[in-house]
Design a protein around this ligand. Structure first.
Ligand code: ADP
Ligand code: MG
Length: 584
């Protein structure tokens, strides 16, 4: 075939595929135009998920009738004049191709009246064929109707989900843009049913609560930071509100919703050890940087941006969230909010609880089942537990139930503690601190322990050589596939940990590790040690041990969750108890 210049129609069709690929991206472009036009109210209507009709109406600046043909032609924009303007884009749009692209794959009608002018104009573009502008009466502002989207592009139509699926995507687009512009009122209707209704002039918090879920109203935590020209404000959910997936995260940069892996990673880092890996935190983060420091012109749909200071923004996000979480009471309250699910009536007797619950702090000491006392923090156990219990916590009232749980009285009600999870967190924090300060004592073994390992396991350990040394683990090669362990951390020996198993597990997590990720390696190893050394469910604790554990809890950060992110503690408030017992 000879080389030919493509017709404008074909060029637009190709370009259209880059800018708009489904109703959600059409909605995004049209809403952004309305925001750029200074609208204070935007209404979006969908018929059949926007595949039959998608309409966006605004009360913004409008377009004079004589400019309507320009608005729908390619590379026509009122927002950028020359190349320098691209250096600091403050509007949502600038490429001047959205309306033209949409008009090439649908029947687009645009009706507009500039506020204060007597008459409006209407223009229809039918699959790229522009008709005449007709004068008409119209409300102030602009209304764009998109009919039969992709009806003539079967290849594209094939990729559409059900109308319901497309509605969900449009809803997300509206949600994200609405979060970024809380002063603008939004309505989204689907087949005439209201899906989203947001009044204008909302505070950021009210807007985010309306968008992320009413049940979060009382618990969302403010995040705020200014640093090196980066501003961050927003709201985050406490760890127990984390959910699977990432659809409950909104990230905006200079008023533009974005998807950015590095920022997601920063959130993950900030919540490390507070939520389980399969979940992600609820968050709405709004970043502001000098537009000259961002390149938004990376992707036609502008969902990806290139940040000149990616690392700086990572640090700002991570540190601001960390700071917001620090020192906060993150203990989840029972029952966890689940709207209107009636609680099963619980059997009062016959559960075994009645018998053991008669024991309390003032009762005779629990029989000790273990021969060895527990050094909860790796110290020697201080004396015997008949020692007078001193200090503030002498007033703390607590008990152990079923050798696995602690019940603790506090001002707000009752705390229920998972003894293993809490001790694991305590061990983890102490180990980390000691390792970092070089104060982790190790002990030589009278008789070396021989560990059998295959060659990949031995290679794995080789990767961790430095870390292993810092831990005070002394391993030397013996025969083929054999290592001799000469010294190990006192803490593990004291807690009666199976040292051969420890080395095997160490080699396994080492094998799964990336060469350079020493921070993860350190945490993995410490985590494993903490888990092995921690008291287990089924260990009966003395009063002294209970006391030590609860005191340690107050002394460390992130005591609300074990290192894997599972909760250590739940709270049952007096209010809740009174409500349940009909006393309020
Ligand atoms: P861009 O937004 O990149 O400029 P578009 O194709 O989306 O390109 O829009 C072209 C032009 O049409 C805009 O620059 C703007 O001047 C005008 N326009 C589009 N939508 C609206 C609207 N809702 N209100 C006022 N003007 C609009
Ligand atoms: Mg635009």
């Amino acid at each position: 075939m000879p080389i030919r210049q493509l017709s404008e129609h074909v060029v637009n069709q190709i370009a259209a595929g880059e800018v708009v690929d489904r109703p959600a991206s059409v909605a995004k472009e049209l809403i952004e135009n309305a925001i750029d036009a200074g609208a204070s109210r935007i209404e979006v209507d969908l018929i059949e998920g926007g595949l039959d009709l998608l309409q966006v109406r605004d009360n913004g600046d409008g377009i004079p009738p004589n400019e309507l043909p320009l608005a729908v032609s390619a590379h026509a924009t009122s927002k950028v004049v020359d190349v320098d303007d691209l250096e600091g884009i403050a509007t949502m749009g600038f490429r001047g191709e959205a309306l033209a692209s949409i008009a090439s794959v649908s029947r687009l009608q645009i009706t507009s009246r500039v506020p204060g002018t007597p008459a409006g104009g209407r223009l229809v573009v039918d699959h790229g064929n522009t008709r005449q502008v007709e004068p008409c009466g119209a409300p102030e502002g602009t209304c764009v109707e998109v009919g039969g989207l992709f009806a003539r592009v079967p290849a594209r139509r094939k990729f559409m989900k059900t109308p319901r699926g497309e509605t969900t995507r449009v809803r997300r687009v509206v949600r994200d843009l609405a979060a970024a512009h809380p002063s603008v009122g939004f309505t989204l209707r689907s087949n005439d049913r209201v899906v989203l209704e947001l009044p204008g002039e909302q505070t950021l918090r009210d807007r985010c609560v309306a968008l992320l879920g009413r049940e979060l109203g009382d618990v969302l935590i403010d995040v705020e930071s200014h640093r090196d020209g980066v501003t961050l404000s927003g709201l985050i959910g406490p760890p127990d509100t984390a959910r699977p997936g990432a659809t409950h995260q909104i990230v905006c940069l200079n008023g533009r919703p974005i998807v950015d892996r590095s920022i997601r990673h920063a959130m993950r880092e900030a919540y490390r050890g507070l939520i389980e890996p399969s979940r992600s935190p609820v968050a709405a983060l709004f970043l502001g940087v000098d537009p000259a420091r961002v390149d938004v012109n990376v992707h036609p749909a502008k969902t990806e941006v290139r940040l000149r200071d990616e690392r700086l923004i990572f640090v700002v996000v991570r540190d601001a969230i960390k700071a917001a979480l620090e020192g906060r009471d993150l203990i989840p309250t029972l029952p966890t909010p689940r709207p209107n699910v009636p609680q099963e009536p619980r059997a009062l007797f016959g559960s075994g609880l009645a018998a053991s619950s008669s024991q309390s702090v003032s009762m005779p000491r629990l029989e000790q089942r273990r021969s060895q006392p527990i050094a909860l923090d790796g110290r020697d156990v201080a004396g015997d537990d008949s020692d007078a219990i001193e200090g503030v916590s002498a007033t703390l009232r607590f008990m152990q139930v079923h050798d696995a749980w602690l019940l603790v009285e506090d001002e707000s009600g009752i705390l229920i503690v998972d003894q293993h999870a809490l001790h694991e967190r305590v061990m983890f924090e102490r180990l980390l601190e000691r390792l970092q300060s070089g104060d982790l004592p190790s002990q030589r073994l009278m008789v070396p322990i021989v560990v059998d390992l295959d060659s990949t396991a031995i290679e794995g350990l080789e990767k961790l050589r430095d870390l292993i040394q810092r831990l005070g683990v002394d391993l030397t090669p013996m025969g083929p596939g054999q290592l001799a362990l000469h010294a190990a951390p006192v803490l593990l020996i004291e807690r009666g940990v199976d040292l051969a198993r420890f080395i095997e597990d160490l080699s396994q997590s080492a094998a799964a590790l990336h060469e350079a990720d020493t921070e993860t390696a350190l945490r993995d190893v410490i985590d494993m040690m903490a888990c092995k050394a921690a008291i287990k469910a089924g260990d009966r604790l003395t009063q002294r041990e209970l006391q030590d554990l609860l005191e340690a809890r107050d002394a460390i950060e992130r005591a609300s969750n074990c290192p894997h992110g599972r909760p250590t503690t739940m709270r049952l408030t007096l209010d809740e108890l009174e409500r349940r017992f009909g006393r309020s």
